[in-house]
Write a protein of this length. Structure first.
Length: 303
C-alpha cells in the first residue's frame, strides 16, 4: 500500500507531462499546417486570383458610381446596388462573358478574405484589433462569395437573385420574428454604424495604406492612391451608416420594410435634402473607391 501511495502522484505527474508534450506536438503540427496553407494561399497563382478579385471589385464600384452620377446629373436611369451593377454589365455586348470574368474575380476576392480570416494571411497580431479585423474579413468573404454566385446566376439564367434591399428586409423580418429580435436588429444597425465610423476614421488617418506595397508607389501614384482611398472609404462609410440607421428604424418600428441595403441607401440620399448634390458627392466617392480598388489589384500586399 505504501508503494502505491508513493507511486500514484508520480504516475499522475508523468501522465500530465505526457499530455502536455502531446498537446505541444499537436499545437506545433497545427501551426505548421496553418503556415503551409497560408503559404499555398499566397503562392503565385492564388495571388493572381486575389488580384483579379480587387480588379473585379473596382469594376463593380465604378459602375455603381457611374449610375449614381447619372441620376445626380438628371441624365436618367436609376441608382443601383452591387447586384444592379452586375445587371448593367449583363446588358452590355458580350455581357455574359464579362459577367463570368467578373464573377471569377469576385470569387477570388472572397477566397483572399477567407485566407486573411482563417489563415491569418496578413499575419495580424492576436489581440482584440486583430480578432475584429479577421471577423470582418470573414464577413467580407461571405458578401463577395454571394455576389460571385449572383454574377454566375445572372450569366447562366438571367437572374441575379434578390436585391440588397430585399435581402435586408428578409433578414430583418426573420430576426424580428425571434424573441428579443428587435434588440438584435438594433445591435446589427449599431454594428453597421460602427463599421461606418471605422471606415471614415481609416479615410482620415490613411490607415488603409498599411495593406499596400507603399515602397513601389511613385509620387503621382501615391497621391492618386491616397486621395481615391480617402474619398472612396469616406463615401462607403456614409452609405454604410445610412444602412445602419434604417436597420435601427426598422427595429424601433418593428417593420422590416424599413430596412434598406446599398441601393436603398443611395435612393434615400437622392430623395433627401439637396438630394442631387449629396448623391453626386457620394457618386464621386464610389468612383474614387473603384479607382482605389483597381490600384489595389497591383499594389495590395498579399502574403
Amino acid at each position: 500500500m505504501a508503494d502505491l501511495r508513493v507511486r500514484a502522484p508520480e504516475d499522475v505527474r508523468d501522465a500530465g507531462e505526457r499530455l502536455r508534450e502531446a498537446g505541444e506536438q499537436v499545437g506545433e503540427r497545427a501551426g505548421e499546417a496553418q503556415r503551409q496553407a497560408r503559404d499555398a494561399a499566397t503562392s503565385p497563382w492564388p495571388e493572381r486570383f486575389a488580384r483579379l478579385g480587387y480588379l473585379a471589385k473596382g469594376v463593380v464600384y465604378l459602375i455603381m458610381g457611374l449610375l449614381a452620377g447619372r441620376v445626380a446629373l438628371g441624365a436618367g436611369g436609376s441608382v443601383a446596388d452591387t447586384k444592379g451593377a452586375l445587371v448593367a454589365i449583363y446588358q452590355e455586348p458580350l455581357g455574359r462573358f464579362l459577367l463570368i470574368v467578373v464573377g471569377v474575380g469576385l470569387a477570388g476576392y472572397a477566397f483572399w478574405n477567407v485566407a486573411r480570416s482563417l489563415l491569418n494571411a496578413q499575419r495580424l497580431k492576436r489581440d482584440a484589433e486583430g480578432v475584429v479585423r479577421r471577423v470582418g474579413y470573414a464577413a467580407v468573404a461571405l458578401t463577395y462569395a454571394g455576389l460571385a454566385l449572383a454574377a454566375f446566376g445572372l450569366a447562366a439564367h438571367g437572374d441575379a437573385g434578390k436585391s440588397t434591399d430585399q435581402q435586408a428586409q428578409d433578414w430583418t423580418a426573420r430576426f424580428l420574428a425571434l424573441p428579443f429580435g428587435a434588440p438584435l436588429v438594433v445591435l446589427g444597425g449599431l454594428i453597421f454604424l460602427g463599421v461606418a465610423v471605422a471606415l471614415v476614421y481609416a479615410a482620415l488617418h490613411g490607415d488603409f495604406k498599411k495593406s499596400l506595397k507603399v515602397g513601389e508607389l511613385d509620387e503621382p501614384m501615391d497621391s492618386l492612391v491616397t486621395w481615391t482611398g480617402r474619398i472612396g472609404l469616406a463615401a462607403i462609410g456614409v452609405v454604410v451608416a445610412i444602412v445602419g440607421v434604417f436597420l435601427v428604424a426598422a427595429a424601433l418600428q418593428r417593420d422590416p420594410h424599413e430596412a434598406r441595403g446599398l441601393g436603398g441607401a443611395l435612393l434615400a440620399l437622392a430623395r433627401g435634402p439637396f438630394g442631387p448634390a449629396v448623391l453626386g458627392a457620394v457618386a464621386l466617392g464610389l468612383l474614387a473607391y473603384g479607382v482605389y480598388s483597381v490600384a489595389e489589384a497591383k499594389y495590395a500586399r498579399i502574403g
